[in-house]
Design a binder for this molecule. Structure first.
Ligand code: ADP
Ligand code: NA
Length: 330
């Protein structure tokens, strides 16, 4: 295929993805299956940079894969695999670790943030080298574009730097990837604390919409979302962060622009917007949940799909790794 290659990964998480994960990341992967040669991975190696329960991790990995398939990834049209099934990722990561400066890795803002939260004793070396593993994920597949949210831009920049360094030192081994920052990706805020992004570590359970919760539960969260005390349905993230977030979500789910929504709800109070959004969400999420459940209810089929994905990914990864190992002197 002469379509550009994309690689993207998502970590398995206990429980389901939340709406922010879906609208900010996963959703953009689906159309890329048609236009690109897409490699998608459930990156379970990245997950153990923080403590994990083995049984829970295994379940989370399968759950993530089922949700990606439920969301519309088609194993016939993309390569979907579990990162740990392709050992070349860790093998290339080691080589990349050995060309990465300590200072360079220390400047990664995500590491600085996460390690500050966990403290020196709670921070693993794996968390520190997370970005070189991510670089390996990308470079193994001779990736052209990496569809990511803005928060991953720095890691993709590091990946490019490492690729250029290795190519300069050892010859042309890697294609130079670029970040494909997802423009259409909606940034979803917490429904109870609309100044913070919706996150699995949100402070209020009512602020997070889980993709696999009963739709009734989520509908209730939309109806009780925090908004300002005004009455005008207008997109204004600074003064009306809660309402603006609801408009963003509504727009992402309906395909209507925010301007069209302002017009639709002109002269109405917030109630109808919340109620309609709750209904829209229910209608939208129901078939996604049904497809996800099909895969969860058929573990043999899910295993087969993931084994096939790893079989497709491995030769591509192995070709790159073999050339790298030869170039390095192994
Ligand atoms: P969390 O913040 O809940 O821990 P992750 O960091 O695991 O989520 O993010 C997984 C993916 O989902 C990333 O690509 C990230 O950019 C995206 N993402 C996470 N939260 C949001 C959000 N609130 N809005 C948009 N995208 C999000
Ligand atoms: Na996060």
């Amino acid at each position: 295929t002469d379509r550009p290659r994309v690689f993207s990964g998502i970590q398995p998480t206990a429980g389901s993805f939340h709406l922010g994960n879906y609208l900010g990341a996963v959703r953009q992967w689906i159309p890329l299956q048609e236009s690109h040669d897409a490699f998608y991975s459930v990156v379970d190696l990245h997950a153990i940079t923080v403590p994990q329960d083995p049984k829970a991790l295994r379940e989370a990995t399968r759950l993530a894969a089922a949700q990606l398939l439920g969301a519309g990834l088609d194993p016939e049209r993309c390569t979907l695999f579990v990162q740990s099934h392709v050992p070349e990722h860790t093998q290339l990561a080691w080589v990349l670790n050995c060309v990465t400066g300590f200072g360079e890795a220390s400047r990664m803002t995500q590491f600085k943030d996460k390690s500050a939260k966990q403290g020196v004793e709670g921070t693993t070396v794996g968390l520190f080298t997370y970005p070189t593993l991510m670089a390996a994920d990308i470079l193994l597949y001779q990736t052209d574009q990496v569809p990511v949210g803005g928060d991953q831009r720095q890691h993709v920049e590091l990946t490019r730097d490492l690729a250029q360094r290795v190519n300069g030192r050892y010859g042309q081994l890697f294609r130079l990837p670029s970040a494909h920052i997802l423009k259409e990706a909606a940034k979803v805020q917490d429904l109870q604390d609309p100044l913070s992004k919706m996150s699995k570590s949100s402070s209020s359970p009512k602020g997070i919409v889980w993709m696999l919760d009963p739709p009734k539960t989520s509908a209730k969260k939309f109806r009780s979302a925090v908004t300002d005390t005004g009455t005008e349905v207008r997109y204004d993230p600074e003064n009306k962060p809660g309402l603006s977030n609801l408009l963003t979500i509504y727009s992402a789910l309906s395909g209507l622009s925010v301007a069209e929504l302002e017009e639709k709800f002109d002269g109405q109070l917030y109630g109808p917007l919340k109620t309609e959004l709750a209904e829209l969400f229910t209608e939208w999420v129901t078939p996604i949940q049904a497809r996800t459940r099909e895969f969860l209810d058929d573990p043999a089929e899910l295993d087969r799909v993931l084994a096939t994905g790893a079989e497709k990914a491995r030769p591509v990864a192995a070709e790159t790794l073999t050339r790298v190992h030869e170039a390095v002197g192994f």
